[in-house]
Design a protein around this ligand. Structure first.
Ligand code: PLP
Ligand code: TYF
Length: 397
């Protein structure tokens, strides 16, 4: 039966990590995968998470199944974080949130849900976008098209192109929008630009699908959710939000995320939620207990939530410092053209390095980046910054 199965291309990002792990050169640096590393180059186990985990270990609770849509305490806390604790949508009962298997699970459940509700719709993603967006929406049966986003000449946003492309989409098209810390470019919209996009989405009757995988990684919990808050206030009746805690809680392998569905009325949201639960059942039945309990334990304790937000702030400030340090040091090395790295947000930067330059970084300097030139600035630290800067300057000459 399998004799004719051909090799399927692997994930370029995770494949690069395999090559990195196999590399025996000392001082190697992985700027490929989107993971936040601390100053010591380790994936942090956050202080507040550790507290909850230790308490849970002492409780030694039984591990029954969670409800299909996950832990209620997790879903309630997630809604408040995503929409804001004083959100009128929450007060009106117009949001249903389901714990999912990571942000990726939320994307897939959201995609499967929308395929049932909007079977003829296309999905529009930014050019470029996270590779898995296309993969997931194609797998759910959607045709995926692109809207203009990144401008390689300015290393910033092609906002006019974006508005023009969104304006041409048929009504009912699902528009995937990165809430903040755009992956892979690091290029985000200003609040004013979001206001214009939301107005256009409303006028053209597009269906917004927000992917928020990096809440808290640029400006803060509330500021990074501007897109969600503006959509919520716009009068648009329905949209969905997929959020992930992989980065903001440093819980990658625990697979913690959620899908929130906004509907026109409380009654409508109940019916949609029954369809979400059916969709989850047919995919994986119910989510996992441990990661959800960790996040819920932190978010539902005032003390631990403050502790978590403080550490997240330290993480975000460290990224900002690494961006500033990189730009400053590159200028000293005679490469001032990289100043845009400081204007980009979140974990990633589209560095403008070519495939050939990225290949040289890897082959000559043991520095791993994505072939598109995407680098993960959250993998820089004061120990590897000089090495990376010297290598980037060398391949840029
Ligand atoms: N969306 C974007 C833009 C991402 O970068 C990621 C990263 O992993 C995800 C979704 C998926 O999150 P998770 O790892 O929680 O599945
Ligand atoms: O873009 C990244 O690097 C992160 C991590 O299949 C990731 O979002 C990359 C590829 C993948 C899953 C997660």
């Amino acid at each position: 039966h399998f004799a004719n199965v051909e090799m399927t291309p692997g994930d370029p990002i995770l494949g690069l990590t395999e090559a990195f792990v196999a590399d025996t050169r000392p001082g190697k640096v992985n700027l490929g995968v989107g993971i936040y590393y601390d100053e010591q180059g380790r994936i942090p186990l956050m202080r507040a998470v550790r507290e909850v985990e230790q308490a849970l270990a002492l409780e030694a609770k039984p591990r029954g199944y969670l409800p299909i849509d996950g832990l209620p305490a997790y879903n309630q806390a997630t809604q408040k974080l995503v929409f804001g604790a004083d959100s009128p949508l929450l007060a009106a009962g117009r949001v249903a949130t389901s714990q999912t298997i990571g942000g990726s699970g939320a994307l897939r459940i959201g995609a499967d849900l929308l395929k049932k509700v909007l079977p003829q719709a296309k999905v529009a993603i930014s050019s470029p976008s996270w590779e898995n967006h296309r993969v997931v929406f194609n797998a759910a049966g959607f045709e995926v098209v692109e809207y203009a986003y990144y401008d390689p000449t300015t290393h910033g946003l092609n906002f006019e192109g974006m508005l023009a492309d969104l304006g041409k989409l048929e009504s009912g098209t699902v528009v995937l929008l990165h809430a903040c810390c755009h992956n892979p470019t690091g290029v985000d919209l200003t609040t004013q630009q979001w206001e214009q996009v939301v107005a256009l989405v409303k006028e053209r009757k597009l269906f917004p699908f927000i992917d928020m995988a990096y809440q808290g990684f640029d400006k803060g919990i509330d500021a990074d959710a501007t897109a969600v808050r503006l959509l919520a206030a716009s009068g648009i009746e329905s949209f969905v939000v997929a959020n992930s805690y992989s980065k903001s809680f440093s819980l990658y392998g625990e697979r913690v995320g959620a899908l929130s569905v906004v509907a026109a009325t409380r009654d409508e949201v109940l019916r949609v939620q029954s369809l979400v639960k059916r969709t989850i059942r047919s995919n994986y039945s119910s989510p996992a207990t441990h990661g959800g309990a960790l996040v819920a334990g932190v978010l539902n304790s005032a003390e631990l939530r403050t502790m978590w937000e403080q550490e997240l702030t330290e993480m975000r400030e460290r990224i900002h410092a690494m961006r500033a340090g990189m730009v400053e040091k590159l200028a000293v090395h005679g490469a001032p053209q990289f100043d845009f790295i400081q204007r980009q947000a979140g974990m990633f930067s589209y560095s403008g390095l070519s495939k050939a330059q990225v290949d040289r970084l890897r082959e000559e300097f043991a520095i791993y980046a994505i072939g598109t030139g995407r680098i993960c600035v959250a993998a820089l630290n004061t120990n590897n910054l000089d090495t990376v800067v010297a290598a980037v300057a060398a391949v840029s000459r």
